[in-house]
Design a protein around this ligand. Structure first.
Ligand SMILES: NC(=O)C1=CN([C@@H]2O[C@H](COP(=O)(O)OP(=O)(O)OC[C@H]3O[C@@H](n4cnc5c(N)ncnc54)[C@H](OP(=O)(O)O)[C@@H]3O)[C@@H](O)[C@H]2O)C=CC1
Ligand SMILES: CC(C)(CO)C(=O)C(=O)O
Length: 337
């Protein structure tokens, strides 16, 4: 099948290489030194999904109309990436694989005339260098849209992807996006400290803040009327227990998440942006919790403080120590009440 991917970093690159390995005819839209490296010697995939060098067609924008497309940029780049490839995406089923809550709304606003399908990657991947992608933890990609059952186009797209990567169509995609937003509470701390997700969770001070941020985000979701969908064991019932037990007991959840990630250090996608000197997605992660809290008339001081600290590191290029992070969270929480 002819399949196009717009954005071929950690997520897009690992999916593209796997599709190529299965025999699909893949075209990528990529940019900069990554595009040059892919043109020169393909995408080199390593890690949990095996080793493969994918020699694929790659251009700054798509040059032909595929049968299925995926958009796999960071949230802040999605709109311009879709607009730049509008000609070859119009009328197609297009999967947008993105964390946060806004992927489908952004995609539909940028290109109303496409059959947009949301994608949530439950695996972890890293961009090592131009042309080099590694999968650090395996897991499925969930496809869906809205709060009902998956559409026929979603089931068909999941079927195609599932021949190459773990993928499945789900109901209540909106609830799954929220559950993933709770999982993505682990992204900010690596971006602030420069440590891996596993290292931040192993640190008692940081783990307490991550847990508090997760509990705050669940409460905001509830205040917004969210029906959490089960994602990586995070069901609505489980999240109710998570927010009602003592904080130290609740820390078992991030500890479990870290164990599931295994031994290969996972920087998370937000720290990877920082390491490349790029702006991060934090406004779509912790920032989304703050925005939803404001809309629901509740406070989210921990998520607000984490958002601010990630922006601070983006600007200063200096990571913070765990002690400094703990002091900043305390001060911010006091100030905001
Ligand atoms: N990495 C992970 O483990 C996981 C990531 N996710 C989510 O998946 C999404 C993608 O993340 P990830 O793959 O890590 O991000 P990356 O930054 O690794 O990849 C995004 C790629 O898109 C490229 N890009 C941006 N705009 C354009 C454009 N107009 N045309 C062509 N290419 C473009 C970027 O290029 P450039 O570098 O030049 O900006 C980059 O190569 C995010 O929403 C993330 O939160 C979800 C689960 C796990
Ligand atoms: C859950 C996690 C941290 C996996 O890498 C992720 O979704 C991300 O990096 O954005």
């Amino acid at each position: 099948m002819q399949i196009a991917l717009v954005g071929a970093g950690a997520i897009g690159g690992s999916i593209a290489a796997s599709l190529n390995r299965s025999g699909h005819d893949v075209e990528l839209a990529a940019r900069g030194e990554h595009l040059a490296a892919i043109r020169e010697s393909g995408i080199r995939l390593t890690g949990a999904w095996g080793t493969h060098t994918a020699l694929v067609t790659a251009n700054e924008t798509l040059t032909r109309r595929p049968e299925l497309a995926l958009v796999c940029t960071k949230a802040q780049d999605a709109r311009s990436a879709i607009e730049a490839n509008r000609e070859f995406l119009t009328g197609l089923p297009v999967v947008i694989v993105q964390n946060g809550l806004e992927a489908l709304a952004t995609a539909r606003a940028a290109l109303p005339d496409a059959d947009w399908i949301g994608g949530l990657a439950l695996y972890a991947a890293s961009y090592l260098s131009a042309g080099e992608i590694t999968v650090t933890t395996s897991g499925p990609t969930l496809l869906g849209s809205g709060d009902g059952p998956p559409t026929a186009a979603t089931v068909a797209a999941a079927g195609v992807l599932a021949e190459s990567v773990p993928a499945q169509a789900i109901s209540n995609f909106t609830g799954a996006q929220w559950s993933k937003l709770i999982v993505n509470q682990v992204n900010a701390m690596p971006a602030i400290t420069g440590l891996s997700v596993q290292e931040t969770i192993a640190n008692a001070e940081l783990r307490a803040i991550i847990t508090a941020g997760m509990r705050e985000a669940v409460r905001v979701g509830r205040a917004s009327g969210v029906r959490f969908e089960k994602v990586q064991g995070l069901s609505s019932a489980m999240l109710r227990v998570f927010t009602s037990v003592p904080a130290t007991l609740a820390e078992q959840l991030p500890l479990l998440m870290a164990r599931r990630m295994g031994d290969t250090p996972n920087p998370g996608s937000t720290l990877q942006s920082i390491r490349r000197g790029q702006l991060t997605e934090v406004d779509y992660l912790n920032g989304a919790v703050v925005a939803e809290a404001a809309a629901a008339g509740v406070n989210a001081p921990i998520n607000a403080a984490l958002t601010e600290m990630v922006h601070g590191v983006e600007a200063s290029h200096h990571f913070m120590t765990p002690g400094a992070v703990a002091r900043a969270v305390d001060l911010a929480a006091e100030k905001r009440g």
